[in-house]
Design a protein around this ligand. Structure first.
Ligand code: ADP
Ligand code: MG
Length: 260
């Protein structure tokens, strides 16, 4: 374990009946980085995240967050972690603002935090609406706002792009990037769509059938794309488009998918 590890898993394993959802997984997320956990549906992302957050117990192996074994019900720890797991949870009869206010009080964040996060996530127009009546996109924004309201050191986000339109995805990407760059927030984010994270992450871990099959840093991502690419490209947009396409093939090839 390196000293700047924020999340570490060792031999992490979870089974549901005959299905091995997470299989001897070793992960390390370093301080201040955006680590994307990329895998197809059913690869084991949500199960891993639930174990990282202490929501379910591993069959074997261990998780450390900020260097300490994960235990449930530790308020100090919860203040340092913000999370969004699969379907966002909110009290349907409370408004967006009330939901966030409640979470702010639980975490002891300053009063202005709610207004800040409403602004940050573009929830101004929906602030007085009940959470149960929000569009899917706004539900997801509320979930993200809730994860952010107490300015956590670590953000754990399970498929945060779900339900967002393309413009919203780009917006959230910018927000995560600036949290990492300007505030030193560590981000662990899962996705099943490579393009969502290829231009965001500092590192990408590819998970397949509960195993980490490959880990790539930015340089490796670019190099991998180059290795596939015969053309020398100069124009930035074309290069980006090609990178994305080649990475998609790379990802599919690593996870037994069909390569178009
Ligand atoms: N509570 C559960 N009961 C039974 N099987 C589960 C449960 N949660 C997940 N699984 C199974 O574990 C595997 C991994 O699921 P999951 O972690 O949700 O993957 P992902 O989030 O990558 O889509 C899948 O085969 C899924 O069907
Ligand atoms: Mg999932």
């Amino acid at each position: 374990m390196t000293t700047d590890a924020v999340v570490t898993t060792r031999g992490l394993t979870k089974r549901f009946g005959r299905v091995t959802a997470v299989d001897d997984l070793d992960l390390e997320v370093r301080r201040g980085e955006i680590y994307a956990f990329l895998g197809r549906n059913g690869a084991g992302k949500t199960t891993t995240i639930r174990m990282i957050l202490g929501l379910i117990r591993p069959l074997a192996g261990e998780v450390r967050v900020f260097g300490e074994p994960v235990r449930s019900g530790r308020p100090e720890w919860l203040r340092r972690v913000g999370c969004l797991v699969e379907t966002a949870t909110a009290y349907p009869n409370l408004t967006v603002r009330e939901n966030l206010e409640l979470h702010r009080r639980l975490t002891g964040a300053p009063a202005r935090a709610v207004a800040n996060v409403i602004e940050q996530l573009g929830l101004g127009d929906a602030a007085e609406r009940r959470a149960g009546q929000l569009s899917l996109g706004n539900k997801q924004r509320l979930g993200l706002a809730r994860a952010l309201v107490h300015a956590p050191d670590l953000l754990v986000l399970d498929e945060p792009a779900n339900g967002l339109d393309p413009a919203g995805i780009v917006e959230i990407r910018g927000l995560l990037r600036s949290l990492a760059d300007d505030h030193g927030t560590t981000v662990f984010v899962s996705s099943h769509i490579l393009v969502e994270v290829a231009h965001l992450a500092d590192r990408i871990g590819i998970v397949h059938e509960g195993r980490l099959v490959e880990e790539l840093d930015r340089a490796a991502l670019v190099a991998a794309a180059r290795a596939f690419s015969a053309a020398q490209l100069t124009e930035q947009q074309r290069a980006d488009a090609l990178l994305t396409l080649e990475l998609e093939r790379y990802f599919l090839a690593r996870t037994d998918g069909s390569v178009r």
